[in-house]
Structure formats: C-alpha cells, structure tokens
Write a protein that binds this ligand. Structure first.
Ligand code: G3P
Ligand code: CA
Length: 370
C-alpha cells in the first residue's frame, strides 16, 4: 500500500491519462451557447467540395463539424458527394460516354466504386454551359491538381485520425441524400448510413454527430424504428427546402411530384418535427421577412418558435464570395452578425469555415472583455 502522500501524484497521473485518452466528443452546443461552425461539404470555398483535402482544410480551420452528403454506388458503397448525379463535379462524360440514362444524367448508383475512383473531381461547374464554366467564380481553378471521390469510411477515418493526432474533437454531420430515390432503386440508404456510423463508434449522443435529411418520413422511420433496432440514439436534423426545389418527390396518380414542405415552417409543423428531431436546417432566407428596398432584414418567428420547442436551428449555406451575398448586405460579417447575434441561430453551414470561426472568436473575445 502506498503512503498517503504518494497517492495523489499517481492518481493525478492516471486521471490525466484517462482524460487524455477518453475525451468525450460532446456537441459544444450542449455544453455552451457558442454557435457551431459546420463546414459545408468541407472548406468548399477554397478546394473542390467533398474531397479529402477540402475536409482536412476545414479541420485545420477549426470547424466544429464537417458535413458529408451521402449517396450509394452500384456496389453499395456510400460515396461522399452532393448530388445523385456525377455530372457537375467529375469528368464522367469524358471517361464513360454512353453511360448516361435517357434523361441525360450520369447517376452515381450506376457506377461501381472502382469506376468512380477513375473519375477526376473538380469544383462544381455548369455542364449546360461548359465543363470549364465554374459555378462559383474566383474559387479553386477547375480541373487543376488531382482530386477523387471518396467513400464515407475514408472520410470518417480521416476525421477520426485527425482527432487522434491533433486532439481536437471535430464532429461529423452526415446527410442522407434522397432516400426516396434510393428506395425506388431498391436500396435502403438510411440503413447503410446508420450501420456505418455504428461501425465507427457513433452510437449515442456522447459522440459529436448530427444526422440530417430533407426527408421527414425517413427521419421519423430512423427515429421510431431504425435507431431502436440498431440500439443507436443520435440527434436528427430536419432540413427544410422550398417545395419547388424537388428535394423530395412522391408518387401521385402514377407521377413523381414534388413533396410539399410548407407545413414545416408552421408552429404545428415545428411541434411535429420536435417529436422526432433535435433541430432544423432551414435555408437561411427562411429566417427573415422579405423586405423591399433598402430596409434592413427583420427576423421572423421561425427561430424563436423552434427554440421554444427545444429545437436547434442550423441554417444553410453561408458563402463569403461577394457575388453570393444577399441584397443589402455589405459584407459577410454583416450577414453573420444578423444571423448569429440578432436572430440567435445555434450554428451555420458555411463554405468558408475560417471566416465564421474568426467572427465567432472575435465576438467571444469582445464579450469576455471586462
Ligand atoms: O445539409 C445542409 C445543406 O447542405 C443543405 O443543402 O443542398 O447543400 O445539401 P445542400
Ligand atoms: Ca447537405
């Protein structure tokens, strides 16, 4: 038995080792009110979206969470990419001419992982104009260097590896893309995402993860059936779209029609969402009233109503490119001040995580100044 005075250094040493090795990756919003920075498709304002370099850069810029949009390949690999099509971020039209469907699109689900890995990835371009016409002028030049599509596993291993080597606690924010489309193709993408998350240790609210989708019925299925079956309990975020975007389609009289999103922005709709989700992800203009002329933007009731119901609010997508600023906004900081200070959202999806991080850190420094 150790003498009394020798116990404390040993205890201190063991406790230090424990906390160094087993730091819980808790969501920061659960422990303080500082808004979270969600790197939208990585640091996609600086490098081609959803590539590993864009994710590593977002990590280095100290995003709290890094987003993964997920779709399935022909051989059931989860691929990190925004669209169910390959058209506007890869050279698929050059590498695999003749593999488009009759609607003209090259679908990721029609290609094996080995085929997808042969594709060169670039920043988003406008195929209807030219493969050399960027969607966002002034960003990383199209088709330079070498980038490739990655699997969900590859990205999780990158983020977990950096959490290990740098000792930050960066979270993940996967989005299940178009479950209705995958179901029509005979696939269950939600099951694939959830089982992959479980394999990588994301099973409860102790881990730093949000699962998001534009599909309300799918999120209810995940909440009511899939997570209980898999013994998982992860926070869910209901993304809110404009109906005309066709984020989700449903069968009506034998035709695919756009799902109507209008109910989600009503008090009753938010109450329903609070029954299965922990937060909402609205398009950021949905949180202000439309104002004519030079009048300043006025917050509407959506954020305060959501907060009263215990829902977090994570609007998308904050882009610092000058041409992406809303009318009447003179700077990105002015936009951030409106949403983070005046409206009081709990986090933002951004293509420029460094700029949001700096804004939030500056605000914290000001509020801590005596
Ligand atoms: O998931 C939040 C935001 O990414 C939603 O928009 O279309 O970029 O996936 P989208
Ligand atoms: Ca997304």
């Amino acid at each position: 038995m150790l003498p009394e005075h020798n116990k404390s250094p040993l205890l201190f040493f063991l406790v230090s080792i424990f906390f160094t090795c087993f730091q819980p990756l808790e969501a920061s919003s659960e422990t303080d009110s500082t808004p979270i920075v969600i790197a939208h498709r990585g640091a996609s304002g600086y490098l081609p979206e959803h590539t590993l370099p864009a994710k590593a850069l977002a990590y280095a810029m100290r995003a709290d969470y890094i987003e993964q949009d997920l779709v399935l390949s022909k051989d059931n690999h989860l691929i990190v990419m925004h669209d169910i099509y390959l058209d506007n971020v890869t050279d698929v039209a050059q590498k695999f001419p003749g593999r488009a469907r009759t609607d003209g699109h090259f679908y990721t689900i029609d290609f094996t992982l080995a085929e997808l890995k042969r594709l060169q990835v670039s920043g988003p371009f406008v195929p209807a104009v030219s493969r050399n016409f960027p969607q966002y002028a002034g960003r990383f030049p199209l088709w330079k260097s070498h980038f490739e599509l990655v699997t969900f596993e590859q990205e999780l291993e990158l983020i977990q590896g950096l959490n290990s080597s740098l000792q930050y606690a960066t979270g993940i924010y996967p989005e299940i893309k178009k479950p209705y489309f995958h179901r029509a193709e005979g696939r269950d993408i939600s099951h694939a995402v959830l089982t992959t998350l479980k394999r990588y240790g994301y099973v409860s609210r102790d881990q730093k993860v949000f699962v998001q989708s534009f599909d309300a019925e799918e999120l209810q299925h995940i909440h009511n059936t899939l997570m209980p079956e898999l013994e998982m309990d992860l926070p869910l975020v209901q993304l809110i779209a404009e109906t005309e975007w066709e984020e989700k389609c449903v069968q009506k009289d034998g035709e695919w029609v756009s799902y109507n999103y209008d109910w989600m922005r009503t008090p009753e709709g938010l109450k329903k969402i609070a029954g299965y989700a922990d937060g909402i992800g609205p398009w950021f203009p949905m949180l202000v009233d439309e104002v004519p002329g030079d009048a300043p933007y006025a917050p509407n009731q959506l954020t305060s109503t959501a907060h009263k119901l215990g829902l977090e609010v994570h609007p998308y997508t904050f882009r610092a490119d000058p041409q992406q600023l809303p009318d009447n906004m003179e700077s990105f900081d002015q936009l951030l001040a409106l949403y983070l200070n005046d409206i009081g959202v709990d986090g933002v999806f951004t293509d420029h995580p460094d700029k949001v991080r700096k804004f939030i850190d500056r605000q914290s420094a000001i509020s801590e100044t005596p």
